[in-house]
Structures are given as C-alpha cells and as structure tokens.
Design a protein around this ligand. Structure first.
Ligand code: HEM
Length: 471
C-alpha cells in the first residue's frame, strides 16, 4: 500500500479536520443562573464584554434574554462580519427585531426589507446626491445658527441635551421641511425622546410585546409620530416640496408599486433614529473634547476660518470635505464613543474563530473594544486627533476593520454624507464664531447603557457659549 508523502499526509489530515464539525462558541456564565449575564451586560456592557474576552477569547455566546448573541471581537472578525454575504448574515431583521419596542409592528417593514436594493436606491437618491445635500445645507446652517445664538444668550447649556434638540430640528427641517418643524417640531422631538428613553429599557428590549409601562409609552409615542407622518404624506401628495417625503412619493420601489403610508411612516421612524443619536453624540463629544483642550479648539477655529476664507461662509457640500483637522477630531471622538454593538442574524451556520455559530443565532460585533485596545491604539484613553492626521492611514484602519465609524460593506451607513453635511456645516459656524467654556474641564465617562448608538455622557456636560469677539 503506497504511503502518502509528507505533503499529501498534511492535506489528508487537513481535509479530515475540515470535515469535523466545529463546536459552538463557549457560553458565558456570570452571576445568577440564566439572568446573570444579561444583567451584567445591562449594567456595564463594555466592562462585561472585556471580562468575557479575557476569559473566553474573541468569540463567545451570551444569553441576553431576548435572544442569544454570539460576540465576534477583534478587527479580523469585525471585517468578516461586515463583509459577510446577506444570505449568511442578515442585517435587516436582526436590527429591526433588536429595536422592536422602538420601531413597532414588524409587518410594516416586510416589503421594505424584501425590496432592500430598490429601497436603498431611493434612500441614496434622498441622502447622497450632491444637489440634494446642497438644498439641505440651507436648512442645516439656518437651524445651527439659530440654536448657537440661543445658546449664547443663556448663562449655561447642557451640551448633549441641547445638541440632541438641535439635531432633531435639523433632521426634521432638512428632510421633512421647515413647515413640519414649525407645526409639529415639539411633538416629534418629545416622541423621539420617549421612544429612545423607553425603547432601550431592559423590559422593553426583552419583552417588546408585553404591555409594560415602557412598552406602552413607546406605543403612544409611535402613534403620535404616525399621525404626523400620515398627515404629511397626504399634504405632500397634494403639494410636493423638495423634501425627502416628496421624493419618496415619486418612487415605486416595490416592484413598481409605491409604499403605503404606514410603510413610509415606519421607514421614517427608523431613519430618524439612525439619523439622531449618532449625529448628536458625534457633534457633542467632538465639541466637548475640543472645549476641554483649548489648544485643539484653536486649531479647529483656525481651520474653519481658513476654510471660510477659501470657500466663503456657506460653501457647497464638496468643499466641506476639505476640513482635515476637524475630520481627525471627529474620528478620534467616535473612536472613544462608538455604539456598544451592531447585530446580524446567522441565516446559515456561521464560522467564527474555531467555532460554528448555529443558524438562527444573533451575531454581534463591539468595535468599541478594538477602538480602546492598547495593542491597536497606543494609550487609548488619551484624546489625540493627530492619530488620524494621515487620512490614508485612517482609511486603511477602516478597511482592516480596526476602526469603525459608518460601518463597512453592504450596510455601510446610507446617511454618511448627510451626517457629514450636518456636522461639518454646523461645526464650521460654531468653531469660527463662538467660544465655549466647560464648567468642569474633566469630561464625564461614557455611558453605554442609555442608547443603542453613540454613547452619551454619564452626567450632563454644562457649558457656557459666547460669541467670539471680532478682531
Ligand atoms: C455621525 C453619524 C452617524 C454614524 C456614526 C452612523 C453610523 C452607522 C453605522 C455604523 C451603520 C452600520 C450599521 C451596521 O452595520 O449594523 C449605519 C447604518 C445606517 N445609517 Fe448611519 N450613522 C450616522 C448617521 C446617519 C444618518 C444622519 C442617517 C440618515 C439620515 C443614517 C442612516 C443609516 C441607515 C439607513 C443605515 C442602514 C444602512 C443599510 O440598511 O444598509 N445614519 N450608520
């Protein structure tokens, strides 16, 4: 009988091992049986995930009560997660299910998810076309200026609270029209506050169908938004404007059919979540980080002044990309405050590390752990925008999965250009024309328990805003 050569032996052994089924990832045990891990995650998600990573490595499964989630950590696994084919890891149902108390009845999302390609094409038309962004910029600048003037008129502001209100107004005025904000602004802002605050409470996430007080508050808030959206859709069908709803009313993404009003309302509900928390956190952390470091604030002001001298005070969208220092400050702020996890559902068994995640299970990444890993970013707690001074290196980190801001692959953020227009236009006005003093120059730690997006601070950041003296 012929004896296999060394090389042939190796490949025989390899194919034999390949056929062995991989084991499921290790399950995490902590605290009380069954509920312990979910409670620990709810209390301090980052600390809990770090402990699990130290104990089990980069791949482990946690029972979060609503579902079991396998966390796949580290740049390499993150990259595989984002670039997995949609028939392997499903984005839509996983994301919508995880936020079900917020977004409500899943039936309204059925056709939106089934026609993802054509739906995303409409979103791109609405959020990524330079001509549209330039129209939105008028509303963005008007609202930002109006808000900053109001901030300068009062003794002090709660920076994150005020930013949240400003971003709500910008999103509504830019995407739904100034008339919508004038008529319904307060109702929409309060409803979103109620939804975000109650929709991520553990009882609402774990039992979105049980009528707990949090779930009932979410339902009432959603109903208020729905009434407004219905009214708006009817108005815009009679008298179209240049807003996002009017655009949708000219499109027929469901095999030539237009969305029904409840479907459009559901889309807008989801879109406004995506648009609110992350933009608020990015704006406010960047301002807070620079306010805490006057040398960096001066560099940002100087860049914005030079930019205005080159392009004027209200440049069109493409020129806003030329703000390299602000870009680095934004990346550094997001590095330290990114959302706690992103989620998919495994439609087939999914291999991660030496394990196989069973079909149907949720798979999560937590890029914030990589962002704060000293092996990737030296002294990760230090705020140092110059880490991102070289844009090509920054983009390389993104491609490798070691830095995540707007995601990667098929589900990369569709609002990235809109968010950049909002942030950069508003920052240009703020850093050029205003000064800010923090009441406490030591910034509070991040709190990942109160949002599904960019972290908020654990306590308010009080600040005094004043107009700059013109020299
Ligand atoms: C600084 C602000 C923002 C950040 C950091 C951000 C971040 C992200 C990230 C990380 C993802 C990928 C999620 C995943 O892979 O699971 C995403 C997706 C998405 N974002 Fe954003 N986002 C921001 C602003 C916005 C805005 C302003 C809008 C809309 C106006 C928006 C709309 C969306 C949508 C629709 C998706 C889903 C894309 C898909 O279905 O494939 N985002 N965003």
């Amino acid at each position: 009988m012929p004896v296999p050569s060394g090389h042939a032996k190796q490949s025989l052994m390899k194919s034999a091992t390949q056929e062995l089924p991989l084991p499921p990832p290790p399950g995490v045990k902590e605290g009380l049986p069954f509920v312990g891990p979910a409670m620990a995650f709810q209390k301090d998600p980052i600390g809990f995930l770090r402990r699990c990573q130290r104990k089990h490595g980069d791949v482990f499964t946690v029972n979060l009560l609503l579902f079991k989630a396998t966390f796949v950590l580290g740049a390499e696994e993150q990259h595989r997660f984002f670039t997995a084919r949609p028939d392997v890891l499903d984005f839509f149902t996983a994301t919508v299910e995880a936020s079900q108390a917020l977004v409500g009845d899943l039936i309204r999302f059925r056709r939106l998810s089934e026609h993802e390609v054509t739906v995303n094409a409409v979103i791109r038309l609405g959020l990524m076309k330079t001509e549209r962004l330039n129209v939105y910029l008028n509303a963005i600048r008007r609202v930002a200026r109006q808000r900053f003037e109001a901030w300068a008129d009062v003794p002090r502001i709660d920076l994150f609270h005020e930013t949240s209100a400003m971003i709500n107004q910008i999103n509504v005025e830019a995407l739904l029209g100034a008339d919508t904000w004038a008529k319904h602004g307060e109702t929409i802002a309060n409803a979103y506050y109620d939804l975000e605050f109650n929709g991520i409470k553990p009882e609402a996430v774990a039992f979105p169908h049980f009528p707990s007080p949090a779930v009932r508050r979410c339902r009432r808030a959603r109903d208020r938004v729905d009434v407004i959206m219905h009214e708006l859709v009817e108005q815009r069908s009679i008298a179209p404007g240049d807003d996002y709803i009017s655009l949708w009313l000219t499109q027929a993404p469901f095999d030539g059919e237009q969305p029904e009003v409840p479907e459009l309302a559901a889309h807008l509900l989801g879109l406004f979540f995506a648009a609110h928390t992350n933009t608020t956190g990015t704006f406010a952390w960047t301002v807070a980080n620079l306010a805490a470091r006057p040398d960096l604030f001066e560099r940002a002001s100087a860049e914005c002044e030079a930019h205005a001298a080159r392009h004027g005070e209200a440049p069109p969208y493409p020129a806003l990309r030329e703000l390299n220092f602000l870009d680095a400050c934004m990346r550094e702020s997001v590095r330290q405050s990114f959302a706690v996890f992103l989620i998919r559902r495994a439609l087939v068994p999914y291999s991660a590390g030496d394990f196989s995640v069973p079909e149907g299970q949720r798979v999560c990444v937590a890029p914030i752990l990589t962002h704060m890993d000293p092996a990737v970013y030296e002294d990760p707690e230090r705020f140092d925008p110059d880490r991102f001074a070289d844009l090509s290196e920054a983009r390389q980190l993104e491609r490798e999965g070691a830095y995540v801001q707007f995601g990667l692959g098929a589900h990369r953020c569709l609002g990235e250009m809109f968010a950049n227009a909002v942030l950069r236009a508003a920052w240009c006005i703020f850093f050029r024309d205003y000064e800010i003093t923090l009441e406490d120059s030591e910034l509070p730690p991040h709190d990942w328990t109160k949002t599904l997006g960019t972290a908020y601070p654990t306590r308010p950041v009080w600040a005094q805003v004043r107009r700059r003296e013109l020299t």
